[in-house]
Write a protein that binds this ligand. Structure first.
Ligand SMILES: C[S@@+](CC[C@H](N)C(=O)[O-])C[C@H]1O[C@@H](n2cnc3c(N)ncnc32)[C@H](O)[C@@H]1O
Ligand code: SF4
Length: 455
């Protein structure tokens, strides 16, 4: 494909980039362009995006379970808590309806990665998980060796019976939301689990045969010291996980206890030192950093994440989920009542989205690929018929000037500072029209439900 280039003003970009660099180090850009600036999208555009998807290319699938036992002090993900179990059953039935409707539209595409995320998908019993997996394999083709991953809230409710049942249902990767092994800090995070339960659970999981597991850790949280962080890293390594995620805390969105107490968090430089310590320590023991957050032992890269960066299509099932088809992105309703009502009317629960015009496609490609810390000049040229310098000369000059990235041959490679600020780099790669849409919209035009504002 040959694309034209839209020039961006260097000084405007410098101002935006410098503003972003001074922001919250945990800032996550989950979608391009800003989710807030998406507009209502007709079903015909959704259908067209899927019609254009390669029938043989693998896709990934995300299933969102938006229920939790409690609301944690730092969390701004879509999570309803204290809901009766009957509501979870109803939601699972709706997921089944959505799955069938989506598969009617997409056809039985090959799936190489499934992710059950949340919320707390580990609330699902083995029977519920088995019936969801049955529905998925009826509607889609799971490829041989597909990754089937489940996020687990690591408390004592996750028994060996649950673990065995999930494994039998086809789950082959677990991700434990440990955050810290320091019980006092867990309490400040509003987490009811304790370190001894976490350790016992991971031992149970290993005994059941889950060798492919991830541990999520957070740095820069309330009352965390460097010593406490180092002890958490040490204990994590003793468990020999296949993968570790390290998240500097994000407090960008109002509505959390952490946001209200953001001035009490450790200084940004301390959070940075904690992150840097993890990078060095995890490398020493053989982990490879694949993105800012992801550290994998060789052979255990997180496939779901890689597929998203490489623009593989993504079917998102459930409230608030993002979907990517060909040159189209859209998101489901986050409000459970709207999600349910739309499905009950026999319609897809699509809230808003964006169809990429030709001139935005190189930007979308670059924003997604740079997640893996490097943009290949050759791959970019194969897709768009031009070099990275032609497409992003202004951005590259600024990245080099600010020490965020450098050219290595034809490739653009993030420096250590650039890795830490991946999200700021991504925003600098947005098409100027994406900025313009966002900056000229009035707040009442933003597509927001329940204050869920992930960008
Ligand atoms: C989608 S969340 C769900 C995890 C799961 N429900 C749990 O609590 O164990 C995945 C991970 O994102 C990280 N996370 C969530 N909120 C965060 C925040 N405000 N800042 C940084 N990391 C965050 C946590 O490490 C969490 O385990
Ligand atoms: S961190 Fe996990 S368990 Fe806590 S509220 Fe968020 S999604 Fe739920």
């Amino acid at each position: 494909m040959n694309c034209s280039v839209t020039k961006i003003d260097k000084e405007t970009l410098r101002e935006r980039l410098q503003r972003d660099l001074g922001r919250d180090p945990g800032m996550l850009i989950l979608a391009y362009p800003y989710a807030r600036s998406w507009t209502p999208i007709p079903v015909s555009a959704v259908q067209e995006g899927w019609r254009r998807v390669d029938r043989n290319g693998p896709i990934s699938l995300y299933v969102h379970i938006p229920f939790c036992r409690q609301k944690c002090a730092f969390c701004d993900f879509l999570a309803y808590y204290g809901r009766p179990t009957s509501e979870i059953d109803e939601y699972l039935a709706l997921l089944g309806d959505e799955l069938r409707m989506v598969a009617d539209m997409t056809g039985r595409l090959p799936v190489e990665a499934v992710q059950f995320g949340g919320g707390t998908p580990s609330l699902l019993s083995p029977e519920q998980m088995a019936s969801l997996m049955d529905a998925i394999t009826t509607s889609f083709r799971l490829t041989d060796g597909a990754e089937v991953a489940l996020e687990v809230f690591p408390d004592k409710n996750v028994t060996s019976k649950f673990l065995r049942g999930w494994k039998q249902a086809g789950v082959n990767r677990l991700s434990f939301g440990i955050q810290t092994f320091d019980d006092a800090i867990k309490q400040d995070m509003g987490r009811p689990d304790i370190a001894s339960e976490n350790l016992a659970l991971i031992e149970r999981a290993i005994a059941v045969g889950f060798s492919n597991f991830n541990v999520d850790l957070m740095c820069g949280v309330l009352n965390q010291t460097m010593e406490s962080w180092m002890a958490t890293i040490d204990l994590t390594l003793r468990l020999k996980p296949a993968h570790i995620c390290v998240f500097p805390v994000s407090v960008r969105h109002p509505g959390t206890h952490f946001y209200d107490h953001r001035s009490d968090l450790p200084p940004m430089e301390t959070t940075r030192r904690m992150y840097d310590f993890a990078v060095v320590r995890l490398r020493e023991v053989g982990f490879q950093r694949t993105t800012k957050h992801d550290f994998a032992r060789p052979g255990f890269e997180y496939r779901y994440e890689r597929m998203i960066a490489e623009l593989a299509p993504l079917v998102g099932l459930g409230a608030n989920c993002i979907n990517y088809s060909k040159d189209c992105i859209y998101r489901n309703h986050s409000d459970l009542a709207k999600y349910a009502a739309t499905l009950r009317q026999g319609e897809l629960p699509v809230r808003a989205g964006h169809v990429f015009p030709e001139e935005e496609r190189p930007h979308n490609y670059a924003v997604r690929n740079i997640e893996y810390l490097r943009l290949s000049g050759k791959d970019f040229a194969d897709h768009f018929g031009m070099s990275l310098q032609t497409a992003f000369g202004v951005q590259i000059a600024l990245f080099e000037e600010l020490g965020l990235a450098r050219m290595a041959g034809d490739d653009l490679v993030l420096t250590e500072a650039g890795v830490y600020s991946t999200s700021a780099v991504k925003r600098a790669l947005f098409h100027p029209s994406a900025w313009e849409r966002f900056e000229t919209m009035k707040p009442e035009e933003f597509i927001i439900e329940r204050g869920v504002l992930h960008e």
